[in-house]
Design a protein around this ligand. Structure first.
Ligand SMILES: Nc1ncnc2c1ncn2[C@@H]1O[C@H](COP(=O)(O)OP(=O)(O)OP(=O)(O)O)[C@@H](O)[C@H]1O
Length: 242
């Protein structure tokens, strides 16, 4: 039986996480609809990585629930969540040097794309088609990160978690990533993006949630949230480096 809130593809309710006496997250709730791109921002130590680890099943919350496409997956392992349609990328690239782009896509599709149709479509979508036979260590950093997104999409997920997709990118690479998220990912998948670059947030997100000291400090459309004096202060005060 689905509850009315289950129209959300992804939802967390009252998530808290303590590490000993330290409260890394405190009563965080948010919901994301199909096709929505949600950015999660916040200064260093705000709890963004802790949040993404709880959502993807690396560890459980101290309190609260995680829902994926109507199913309570709170106690379920990462593999179960992946089967239920959750895919993620990591802050740091995790490719195998010496293996080609095509081989990575083959691995990522986990036998779910026998004739390779989806893999070809994804390489086309992400602009990596011409690089299919290249070993990944010969690719630019930007192409490597885009490959990771193509790989995350290989199993046709419902929810895509992107952990700092533009980290370490040049301005040109960042623009390419913005284009990919804006033009290609939009409406195909619901995405939750942890991002430090406000330009990326402004240009890609439908909604932004601001975490500060483990709690939701603000939430809304980027134009409003990024203009909020409190949010500006939060960044100027403690994360001027980002
Ligand atoms: N395993 C752990 N044990 C103890 N404290 C932890 C642990 N993991 C995270 N923390 C603490 O929880 C807080 C939130 O950390 P988290 O990495 O989630 O923040 P963040 O918003 O991702 O920061 P950044 O932008 O720097 O990556 C930090 O103060 C961190 O030191």
């Amino acid at each position: 039986m689905r509850s009315p809130e289950d129209r959300y593809v992804f939802r967390v309710e009252g998530i808290s996480k303590s590490f000993g006496a330290f409260h890394a997250l405190n009563d965080v709730s948010l919901e994301v609809s199909a096709g929505e791109i949600r950015a999660i921002i916040g200064p260093n130590g705000a709890g963004k990585t802790t949040f993404i680890n709880i959502v993807s099943g690396v560890f459980g919350p101290t309190r609260g629930r995680v829902w994926l496409d109507g199913e309570d997956v709170t106690g379920r392992p990462a593999q179960h969540r992946a089967r239920r349609g959750l895919a993620r990328t990591f802050q740091i690239t995790s490719l195998f040097p010496g293996m080609t782009v095509a081989e990575h896509m083959h691995l990522a599709s986990r036998g779910m794309d026998a004739d390779g149709t989806r893999r070809s479509a994804l390489l086309h979508l992400t602009g990596l088609e011409a690089l299919a036979d290249r070993e990944v260590n010969t690719l630019s950093h930007g192409d490597q990160r885009i490959l990771e997104i193509a790989m995350a999409l290989a199993t046709d997920p419902k929810v895509l978690l992107l952990d700092e997709p533009t980290a370490g990118m040049s301005i040109a690479e960042t623009d390419r990533m913005i284009g990919l998220i804006q033009d290609r990912l939009r409406r195909q998948v619901c995405a939750v993006i942890i991002e430090h670059d406000m330009n990326v947030v402004n240009q890609t997100a439908d909604q932004v949630t601001v975490l500060a000291a483990g709690a939701v400090a603000a939430s809304g459309i980027p134009g409003d949230v990024l203009r909020d004096p409190f949010v500006k202060e939060l960044y100027l005060g403690s994360a001027a480096g980002h």
